[in-house]
Design a binder for this molecule. Structure first.
Ligand code: RB5
Length: 146
Protein backbone atom coordinates (compact mmCIF):
# COMPACT_ATOMS: atom_id res chain seq x y z
CA UNK A 1 0.00 0.00 0.00
CA UNK A 2 1.35 3.42 -0.99
CA UNK A 3 0.17 6.28 1.19
CA UNK A 4 -0.24 10.00 0.51
CA UNK A 5 1.16 11.96 3.45
CA UNK A 6 0.99 15.68 4.17
CA UNK A 7 1.43 18.10 7.03
CA UNK A 8 1.65 21.76 7.92
CA UNK A 9 4.34 23.34 10.07
CA UNK A 10 2.59 22.14 13.24
CA UNK A 11 2.80 18.57 12.01
CA UNK A 12 6.20 18.63 10.34
CA UNK A 13 8.20 17.02 13.17
CA UNK A 14 5.69 14.22 13.68
CA UNK A 15 5.46 13.64 9.93
CA UNK A 16 9.17 12.86 9.87
CA UNK A 17 8.60 10.19 12.51
CA UNK A 18 5.57 8.84 10.67
CA UNK A 19 7.44 8.61 7.37
CA UNK A 20 10.35 6.82 9.06
CA UNK A 21 7.94 4.38 10.69
CA UNK A 22 6.20 3.66 7.39
CA UNK A 23 9.55 3.00 5.74
CA UNK A 24 10.62 0.72 8.60
CA UNK A 25 7.42 -1.23 8.01
CA UNK A 26 8.22 -1.53 4.31
CA UNK A 27 5.34 0.71 3.25
CA UNK A 28 5.66 3.21 0.43
CA UNK A 29 4.57 6.83 0.66
CA UNK A 30 4.59 10.10 -1.24
CA UNK A 31 5.22 13.28 0.74
CA UNK A 32 2.93 16.17 -0.25
CA UNK A 33 4.74 18.62 2.02
CA UNK A 34 5.18 20.89 3.75
CA UNK A 35 8.90 20.35 3.84
CA UNK A 36 9.98 22.58 6.74
CA UNK A 37 8.71 24.18 9.92
CA UNK A 38 8.03 27.47 8.10
CA UNK A 39 4.42 28.51 8.59
CA UNK A 40 2.02 27.45 5.84
CA UNK A 41 -1.73 27.00 5.35
CA UNK A 42 -3.02 23.50 6.14
CA UNK A 43 -6.10 23.61 3.83
CA UNK A 44 -3.86 23.66 0.76
CA UNK A 45 -2.02 20.50 1.80
CA UNK A 46 -5.23 18.82 2.95
CA UNK A 47 -6.82 19.49 -0.45
CA UNK A 48 -3.90 17.97 -2.36
CA UNK A 49 -3.83 14.78 -0.32
CA UNK A 50 -7.63 14.46 -0.21
CA UNK A 51 -8.00 14.90 -3.97
CA UNK A 52 -5.25 12.38 -4.65
CA UNK A 53 -7.10 9.84 -2.48
CA UNK A 54 -10.55 10.37 -4.03
CA UNK A 55 -8.98 10.23 -7.49
CA UNK A 56 -7.76 6.74 -6.60
CA UNK A 57 -4.07 7.57 -6.81
CA UNK A 58 -3.65 6.34 -3.24
CA UNK A 59 -5.91 4.04 -1.22
CA UNK A 60 -5.41 6.10 1.94
CA UNK A 61 -3.75 9.22 3.25
CA UNK A 62 -2.30 10.69 6.42
CA UNK A 63 -2.54 14.37 7.34
CA UNK A 64 -0.80 15.97 10.29
CA UNK A 65 -1.18 19.47 11.70
CA UNK A 66 -0.90 20.83 15.22
CA UNK A 67 -4.04 19.10 16.46
CA UNK A 68 -5.22 17.11 13.43
CA UNK A 69 -8.41 19.15 13.53
CA UNK A 70 -7.78 21.68 10.78
CA UNK A 71 -6.58 18.96 8.45
CA UNK A 72 -9.67 16.84 9.11
CA UNK A 73 -12.09 19.75 8.69
CA UNK A 74 -10.48 20.69 5.39
CA UNK A 75 -10.10 17.16 4.01
CA UNK A 76 -13.72 16.30 4.84
CA UNK A 77 -14.86 19.08 2.49
CA UNK A 78 -13.71 16.91 -0.42
CA UNK A 79 -16.55 14.54 -1.42
CA UNK A 80 -15.61 10.92 -0.80
CA UNK A 81 -13.18 11.70 1.99
CA UNK A 82 -13.72 10.29 5.46
CA UNK A 83 -10.96 11.87 7.51
CA UNK A 84 -10.71 10.90 11.19
CA UNK A 85 -8.70 12.57 13.94
CA UNK A 86 -7.39 9.81 16.20
CA UNK A 87 -5.61 10.15 19.53
CA UNK A 88 -5.68 6.50 20.58
CA UNK A 89 -5.41 3.08 19.02
CA UNK A 90 -9.02 2.05 19.69
CA UNK A 91 -10.43 5.05 17.86
CA UNK A 92 -8.00 4.45 15.02
CA UNK A 93 -9.18 0.84 14.66
CA UNK A 94 -12.83 1.87 14.85
CA UNK A 95 -12.30 4.63 12.29
CA UNK A 96 -11.44 1.87 9.83
CA UNK A 97 -13.84 -0.86 10.92
CA UNK A 98 -16.93 1.31 11.30
CA UNK A 99 -16.20 4.51 9.39
CA UNK A 100 -13.92 3.28 6.59
CA UNK A 101 -11.72 6.31 7.23
CA UNK A 102 -9.57 6.89 4.19
CA UNK A 103 -7.51 9.64 5.80
CA UNK A 104 -5.95 9.49 9.26
CA UNK A 105 -5.38 12.87 10.90
CA UNK A 106 -2.83 13.25 13.68
CA UNK A 107 -1.89 16.13 15.95
CA UNK A 108 1.80 16.86 16.02
CA UNK A 109 1.42 19.05 19.10
CA UNK A 110 -0.74 16.48 20.86
CA UNK A 111 0.90 13.11 20.30
CA UNK A 112 4.30 11.72 21.16
CA UNK A 113 6.04 9.56 18.58
CA UNK A 114 5.35 6.29 20.39
CA UNK A 115 1.62 6.87 20.65
CA UNK A 116 1.47 8.12 17.07
CA UNK A 117 3.12 4.90 15.87
CA UNK A 118 0.66 2.83 17.88
CA UNK A 119 -2.27 4.75 16.36
CA UNK A 120 -0.81 4.40 12.89
CA UNK A 121 -0.28 0.65 13.25
CA UNK A 122 -3.84 0.15 14.51
CA UNK A 123 -5.24 2.20 11.62
CA UNK A 124 -3.16 0.39 9.00
CA UNK A 125 -4.06 -3.06 10.31
CA UNK A 126 -7.82 -2.60 10.54
CA UNK A 127 -10.22 -3.20 7.67
CA UNK A 128 -13.71 -1.88 7.04
CA UNK A 129 -16.35 -4.23 8.45
CA UNK A 130 -19.02 -3.37 5.86
CA UNK A 131 -22.60 -4.54 6.49
CA UNK A 132 -24.67 -2.06 8.52
CA UNK A 133 -21.73 0.32 8.51
CA UNK A 134 -21.87 0.59 4.73
CA UNK A 135 -25.53 1.60 4.94
CA UNK A 136 -24.60 4.36 7.36
CA UNK A 137 -21.72 5.54 5.21
CA UNK A 138 -24.10 5.66 2.25
CA UNK A 139 -26.25 7.96 4.36
CA UNK A 140 -23.21 10.08 5.16
CA UNK A 141 -22.36 10.29 1.46
CA UNK A 142 -25.92 11.45 0.86
CA UNK A 143 -25.19 14.49 3.01
CA UNK A 144 -22.52 15.57 0.53
CA UNK A 145 -25.09 16.39 -2.12
CA UNK A 146 -27.36 18.52 0.05
C1 RB5 B 1 -1.09 26.04 13.09
O1 RB5 B 1 -0.67 26.95 14.04
C2 RB5 B 1 -2.25 25.22 13.61
O2 RB5 B 1 -3.39 26.03 13.68
C3 RB5 B 1 -2.49 24.04 12.71
O3 RB5 B 1 -1.36 23.23 12.69
C4 RB5 B 1 -3.62 23.12 13.12
O4 RB5 B 1 -3.48 22.69 14.44
C5 RB5 B 1 -4.98 23.57 12.82
O5 RB5 B 1 -5.96 22.89 13.10
Amino acid sequence: MKLAVGCDHGGYALKQEVLAHLSERGLEWDDFGTYSTAACDYPLIAAEVARAVVQGKYPRGILICGTGLGMSIAANKVPGIRAAVCQDGYTARMSREHNDANILCLGGRVLGGGLAREILDAWLAAEFAGGRHQRRLDQVAGLEVG
